[in-house]
Write a protein that binds this ligand. Sequence first.
Ligand code: LLP
Length: 456
Amino acid sequence: MDDFIYRDPGKENGEEAGQALGVDGAVRSRSTGLFCEGVPLSRIAREVGTPVYVYSYNTLTRHFRVFDEAFDGIPHVICFAMKANSNLAVVRSFSALGGGADVVSGGELFRALRAGVMPSKIVYAGVGKTVSEIEAALKAGILMFNIESQEELLAIDGVAGRLGVRAPIALRVNPDVDAKTHPYISTGLKKNKFGISIEQAMDEYERAEALPNVKVVGIHQHIGSQLTEISPFVDSLKKTAELVRKLKSRGLGIKYIDVGGGLGIRYLNEKPPLPSDLARAIRPVLEDLGCTLVFEPGRVLAGNAGCLVTKVLYRKSTQEKNFIIVDAGMNDLVRPTLYQAYHEIKQVITTDAPEFLADVVGPICETGDFLAKDRAMRVPQPGELLAVMSAGAYGFTMSSNYNSRPRAAEVMVEGDRYYIVRRREDYEGLVSGEEIPEFLGEKAAHDAQRARQGTR
Ligand code: LLP
């Protein structure tokens, strides 16, 4: 497809072609500027406004296929981690290819079902499932609950009993392995809140097996996110595999091994393993167990399939620093300030302006409101467009209305066409659901009138 050129680091590195998930898969440069597939980002910005998230359908689906093909020959289900990007169109893009969903809330479950994910391909994780969320998942008939604690197990047993069904469950084991990633997104260490320690897991499984309304079907692990090495996956899966053998020898029916997500992507110069590397490394560990593998990739499917397009509002220089003030803030993309995460920032229309070092900051009233710090870039003009790269995962889903900023629009591009897959929020939307209680009524009405008259 001439229109869609995908920079393939696998090929660049002389590795297996077609297996790589590159940093600028979704967006490529033409002499006229950045395009997403066949559509200029400048056109989307002009017609939809900024800030706007733009996703490439063909990159999303390519990433899914690369992941899927890596595990050819092993029974497996790919349950997209919806926390990375829960837009209905994105979720549908994967479910249409046979993908499932990893959900962590009633809201994500609702979205998964609305997007058309088969309930039998939904796994449900998270340390704080509520009774009504458990009920909804049982009624939908999901593949399994990934259980995080003994109390949760008992709660699920109780709800299932009340509904007259048996809840399919896996225990999330915590293998105590260092994922070697940012501490906020490392989950498989003993000190983290996630899962049940591998030492206690056998007892918990036996307790589960004795419960009348749950059915043990699997085991789950997830050790962290943005992993750039293979060894933590292998180390933890070896522990998990050993436990599976013990469980099977005691007659427990482990059908599914849920490997979790976590495969990293290239934001700057990381060299994360490819899905094929992961497959090669874990096949020997898991193959002889005769289980179906469940994967929960999020970032690796969506991260480099999207970018955030923002417009330069103003420039300002202090004695210390240059600032570029753009119309996207930490409420739109919180990763830079929350994790000191690096996102490449590209000019949408290339210029030959001189380079300088600048902080790219948003309009929010917080010092932490930045998208980049001390970044070398060409001095932009007000009105110029910038693309914040690798923003397809944990971008929009982590956005908020802080400073009463309507959340950005989301667009999906397919070939030469684009589709608004979430319209920009408006001011009415911001206050819908809010109410001024009656006891404040008169005063509020009075204040509003005074404000209109400008007599404050
Ligand atoms: N499965 C479970 C149980 C998870 O907790 C997560 C991510 C995933 C799968 C997907 O992981 P992935 O393949 O995307 O690495 N907000 C952070 C990332 C938090 C990840 C939380 N759990 C960020 O922006 O980097």
